[in-house]
Design a binder for this molecule. Structure first.
Ligand code: TYD
Length: 212
């Protein structure tokens, strides 16, 4: 058993979860005496960041879907062992920008790989560790894609170049996951202005994880 609290942030591209995370971080730091660790997948540690560069390289248009899945899993394992588990053992509040649900939504529902196999691989890579809470930022795919186009500062990656139907499949995958895991996944309507979305995210975290 770990002592810390583990929260993952999920959503289709353009949902704004990374922006919301940055926005609520100072408030979260004030709400808890424990250390707060913000990290991201794929990446978070050197080996996983190198794997991230391979996965997201726009030149790698010929990457096989199963290769892509296995690379995400390899990055996840290294990130978990090197960063997430030690932080949880110290009692930290760990905020992960993407985790297991991204693989089910993107490689499972999005790419069409067997979702049971993706779930099995997730369990293998994480030894079954699940976040205590997952915030799913839900946004219509057209709005999400329009936001990506507007945000010129964000790096464009290989997955951003996918067509709208891939983004729609990813979103319906997330909605299915949220319906199947109501005790873990809380859906937040991310089509609203940033301050409203951030406020709701903070309230959910406070109510579910930081109540004294
Ligand atoms: P990133 O630039 O971090 O995008 P975002 O800010 O939207 O999180 O790129 C991560 C991309 O990797 C994103 O398109 C989702 C995808 N992804 C998967 O397809 N499967 C996974 O298991 C993970 C962790 C991410």
């Amino acid at each position: 058993m770990t002592k810390g609290i583990f929260i993952s942030f999920e959503g289709p591209d353009g949902a704004g979860k990374t922006t919301v995370l940055k926005e609520i971080l100072p408030s979260l730091r004030k709400m808890t005496e424990n250390e707060v660790l913000l990290t991201r997948e794929p990446g978070g540690v050197s080996i996983a960041e190198s794997i991230r560069d391979v996965i997201l390289d726009v030149k790698h248009t010929n990457m096989d879907d199963k290769t892509e899945l296995l690379l995400y899993m390899a990055a996840r394992r290294q990130h978990l062992v090197e960063r997430i588990l030690p932080a949880l053992e110290k009692g930290s509040l760990v905020l992960a920008d993407r985790f297991i649900d991204s693989s089910v939504a993107y490689q499972g529902y999005g790419r069409g790989l067997d979702t049971a196999a993706v779930t099995w691989l997730n369990n293998f890579a994480t030894d079954g560790l699940k976040p205590d809470l997952t915030l799913y930022f839900d946004v219509d795919s057209e709005i999400g894609l329009a936001r990506i186009e507007q945000n010129k500062e964000r790096e464009v990656n290989r997955l951003d170049l996918e067509k709208i139907d891939m983004h729609q499949r990813v979103r319906s995958g997330y909605l299915k996951l949220a319906a199947e895991n109501p005790e873990r996944i809380v859906t937040i309507d991310a089509s609203r202005p940033l301050n409203e979305v951030a406020e709701e995210a903070l309230l959910v975290i406070q109510r579910r994880c930081l109540k004294k």
